[in-house]
Design a protein around this ligand. Structure first.
Ligand SMILES: [Mn+2]
Length: 308
């Protein structure tokens, strides 16, 4: 199992020093790293980063774009196309960096593309503009995967690509083999989506390019420890992730603020391994048979097997 976690959760404890953080990652048993671009890479050339990863027996899963203040009114879909061009340049730099450190996935979360008011944006124009730029990025990153991470809202009142449905529509209209979707478990709960449903549809279509695992209560991006609130939803989600042989890292997108990040991460690792063993013990085929019955009582019986 390829496992990664949120670097920002560790930085405050380790003097904001990636060297110390990666050492901890290795000690915890993590295998992969997702770097926020540009903030995590600012002080490291690709060669230095590659060496640092190798030193700690870690591999790059990929880089995740982080757009800051200059993009506050939109990134790829900004009304001012000069700003969108800057966003595109940043994405291309991220692609170059990712390639050089041996990463495979460019994750793009368009946090500022969205709207707060009625009549604020021209939806169709923004849709076409975002699609155009995503296409440009996909062509530039033709040897890599470009993955759209969606979130329903925050920081905007409405995100532009806010759901599995819209993300899939964008991917389908783009029709590029290297563009897919990252499912963030908490973001899905915020949209009242069932994470497993998304993993099933995307997995079947070979479009599941990223998994951000965490937990929450649905109203917020809570970033809780995995399986802490919705245990069975997590199990169902992992079942489909396994069923479709998801090949990239599972990234714990959790936000320990009060908790010690090492202990918190250790529990996430223990939990996912335990759940994996439990799924194997019951058996993928057996779970598949229960699904085929379409019987809620049989499902309840299955759930009890997980807690014995
Ligand atoms: Mn995420």
């Amino acid at each position: 199992m390829k496992l990664a976690t949120r670097i920002n959760s560790f930085l405050p404890k380790y003097d904001h020093d990636l060297r110390q953080v990666f050492k901890q990652f290795q000690a915890l048993g993590l295998t992969h790293v997702d770097l926020n671009f540009p903030e995590h890479v600012r002080n490291y050339t690709p060669e230095e980063m590659k060496a640092l990863l190798a030193e700690n027996h870690l591999q790059a899963n990929g880089v995740a774009l982080r757009f800051r203040e200059e993009f506050i009114n939109g990134e790829l879909g900004n009304h001012d196309q000069k700003i969108s061009e800057q966003a595109l340049s940043l994405c291309k730099e991220a692609v170059d960096y990712c390639r050089e450190i041996g990463g495979e996935v460019i994750t793009i979360w368009l946090g500022f593309d969205g709207f707060d008011y009625s009549f604020q944006i021209n939806y169709e124009k923004v849709w076409q503009q975002i699609q155009y730029y995503l296409g440009q990025i996909a062509d530039y990153a033709s040897d890599m995967k470009v993955s759209i991470e969606y979130k329903p809202f925050q920081p905007r009142a409405y995100a532009f690509i806010d759901s599995l449905g819209l993300a899939m529509t964008m991917v389908n209209e783009l029709h590029k083999p290297n563009v897919g979707i990252t499912l963030d478990y908490c973001h899905m709960l915020m949209k009242h989506e069932n994470p497993a449903y998304g993993a099933s549809l995307l997995g079947s279509r070979k479009k599941l390019f990223g998994v951000h695992l965490n937990d929450g209560y649905g109203l917020n991006d809570d970033g809780l420890m995995i399986a802490s609130n919705s245990l069975f939803k997590t199990v169902e989600f992992l079942y489909y992730v396994k069923l479709h042989h998801y090949e990239h890292a599972i990234y714990f997108d959790t936000f320990p603020v009060i908790e010690d990040p090492d202990r918190e991460c250790q529990k996430n690792i223990e939990m996912i391994k335990k759940l994996d063993v439990a799924i194997e013990k019951i058996g993928m085929d057996q779970i598949g048979k229960v699904i085929e019955q379409n019987d809620a009582v049989a499902v309840s019986e299955l759930m009890m097997k997980f807690i014995i």
